[in-house]
Design a protein around this ligand. Structure first.
Ligand code: CUA
Length: 246
């Protein structure tokens, strides 16, 4: 019995080492262009790393059992086994504790970092209006509206609060480069705050876009806007041009 456990544990440790290395180094994320995107990516990476020992535990026990306890005399079944009660209790206790732990980190701690409960005062407000099948953006501090916009300009390094609503059905305001998404619901205003931290545009990487992420009719897949993250100076001149009718 001790030998079975020792071999399985060694196999588990080896698979876990390889799996954790792969989970930590794999290049799995598209371009991240906001402070919030890194928080999301870090949480995803942490959950991936935490899931490795669970997967490898099952794989190691399975692989060892298949090889070591295979039928040798042509019979198709082994006598039924009943695990010790302590093993069952430990299994439930450990997996439950892990599940509760990830609710707090990265769950609650991540939401707190994203300003879920106490959003920081924004530098810039953008009012977002969804309709079948276009996005319109108003910058109240500049008196500028991009109606049925083809492009959404934003400044880098500024705290931006989106105030999102819809005039018809439920849409979802999603910016993949920022890893943030929020429903656009008729009759109410939903919000989130982001701070872009990387210049770029749709031409650099297709994740620089606003994409509707809620089925909203036949035009749903076309309900997108190119995003361009500019220096504050370029952003100011872009908005000034729009205000003057350019
Ligand atoms: Cu709007 Cu899908």
């Amino acid at each position: 019995m001790a030998r079975h456990l020792a071999v399985t544990a060694a196999l588990w440790a080896a698979l876990t080492a390889v799996g954790v290395w792969a989970a930590l180094t794999a290049d799995i994320f598209p371009v991240a262009a906001a402070r919030e995107a890194h928080i999301s990516d870090d949480a995803f990476r942490l959950l991936l790393v935490l899931s490795v020992p669970v997967l490898t535990f099952v794989l190691a026990a399975l692989a060892y059992s298949v090889v070591r306890f295979r039928s040798r005399d042509g019979s198709t079944d082994a006598p039924p086994q009943r695990e010790p009660r302590a093993v069952a209790i430990a299994w439930v206790a450990i997996t439950s504790a892990l599940s509760v732990a990830v609710i707090f980190t990265p769950g609650m701690s991540g939401l707190n970092e994203l300003g879920w409960w106490s959003a920081p005062a924004p530098d810039l407000v953008v009012q977002v209006q969804a309709e079948q099948w276009d996005w319109s953006y108003t910058f109240p501090q500049y008196g500028v509206t991009f109606s049925k916009a083809r492009e959404l300009p934003l400044p880098v390094g500024r705290k931006i609060r989106f105030e999102i609503t819809s005039v018809d059905v439920i849409h979802s305001f999603w910016i993949p480069a920022f890893r943030m998404k929020m429903d656009a619901v008729p009759g109410i205003v939903t919000t989130f705050t982001v701070t872009p931290d990387r210049l770029g545009s749709f031409e650099d990487a297709p994740v620089y876009r606003v994409q509707c992420a809620q089925i909203c009719g036949t035009g749903h897949p076309r309900m997108a806007t190119r995003l361009v993250v500019l220096t504050p100076a370029d952003f100011e001149s872009r908005l000034a041009k729009a205000r003057d009718g350019g």
